[in-house]
Design a protein around this ligand. Structure first.
Ligand code: NAP
Length: 278
């Protein structure tokens, strides 16, 4: 992975903006409106998934925005009921249709013990070879399983999208991302609002004339980790996007990391697997 001055990370030739717009829980017209707003504000990365039931509206918001398709990154995900070859290819085709264009990145949303990982990874590669996505990757894969998946994959798995914010450590995943020359994407980067009242963060925010949310998003992206905050408000979307005009000191980065207490906002990992201890 390389990080460049224009706030993107590049993995295997795919350039991914470090700040994306998350769309989980945005339904119907809210999804359409907010995707349009996000692209108008300047976001160049949109995150959705089959299970969010908003791919059609995300596609409409994209159209409304007038932003050219080649000017932004679009991710969607394969739901866990679609991990056999045929189901995966069918969903990949239908997702692209709903979105109105080929996604840049197609992720496996969560790992499952069945069907065999080899079948799913081969199907994901087939989806890429068929032009149903530009690149492929994972979400919610612990580090050992990430390695197994990459070993089975001909194409590079360009990201692993996992929960990450100041209350959680993902050190094993960071090490694995480096080993595999891949990237990490942080979901629930604001811990759904739980970090916004942390005194350490609000104090640092005051120093820079920023909000706690902005400091948190800066903290993640400054580490070269992609962040995809969600909001239903254009004003907060603008706030969350305004993080590239200041930088945290090493000491501040460490102080925020010191808040980690193992808190997870959502854990749907199949009991067949285990999160990394650290
Ligand atoms: N791969 C996965 O398994 C997975 C799982 C969960 C999420 N995700 C992705 O990650 C995205 C983000 O995660 P998330 O939605 O769970 O959590 P999040 O982005 O950490 O937090 C969203 C919450 O914070 C509020 N918020 C956002 N910006 C704010 C601001 N500047 N000030 C105050 N409050 C603010 C939002 O409320 P308002 O809407 O009212 O502003 C919303 O309640 C999702 O939309 C989805 O795309 C992926």
């Amino acid at each position: 992975m390389s990080m460049s001055a224009n706030n993107t990370v590049t993995v295997d030739g795919l350039s991914i903006p470090l700040l994306g717009f998350g769309t989980w829980q945005l339904k119907g017209n809210d999804a359409r409106r907010m995707v349009g707003e996000a692209l108008r504000i300047g976001y160049r990365h949109i995150d959705t998934a089959f299970i969010y039931e908003n791919e059609t509206e995300v596609g409409q918001g994209i159209k409304d925005s007038g932003v050219a398709r080649e000017d932004f990154h679009l991710t969607t995900k394969i739901w866990v009921t679609n991990l056999t070859r045929d189901a995966l290819l069918k969903q990949a085709e239908e997702s692209a249709e709903r979105l109105g264009s080929t996604p840049d990145l197609l992720l496996l949303h969560w790992p499952k013990p069945q069907p065999d990982l080899a079948e799913t990874i081969a199907a994901l590669n087939e989806a890429k070879d068929k032009g149903l996505t530009r690149a492929i990757g994972l979400s919610n894969y612990p580090s050992a399983l990430w390695q197994q998946a990459q070993d089975l994959s001909s194409a590079k798995l360009v990201t692993n999208q996992v929960e990450y914010h100041p209350l959680l450590t993902i050190n094993a995943l960071k090490t694995k991302a480096k080993e595999l020359a891949s990237s990490l994407t942080a979901w629930s980067p604001l811990a759904r609002g739980k970090v916004l009242n942390e005194p350490v963060i609000t104090e640092i925010a005051k120093k820079y004339g920023k909000t706690a949310g902005q400091v948190t998003l800066r903290w993640i992206t400054q580490q070269g980790i992609i962040a995809i905050p969600k909001t239903s408000s254009a004003e907060r979307a603008r706030e969350n996007f305004d993080i590239f005009d200041f930088a945290l000191t090493e000491d501040e980065v460490a102080r925020i990391a010191g808040l980690a207490n193992g808190f997870r906002v959502g854990d749907h990992l199949d009991p067949a697997f285990q999160w990394d201890a650290d």
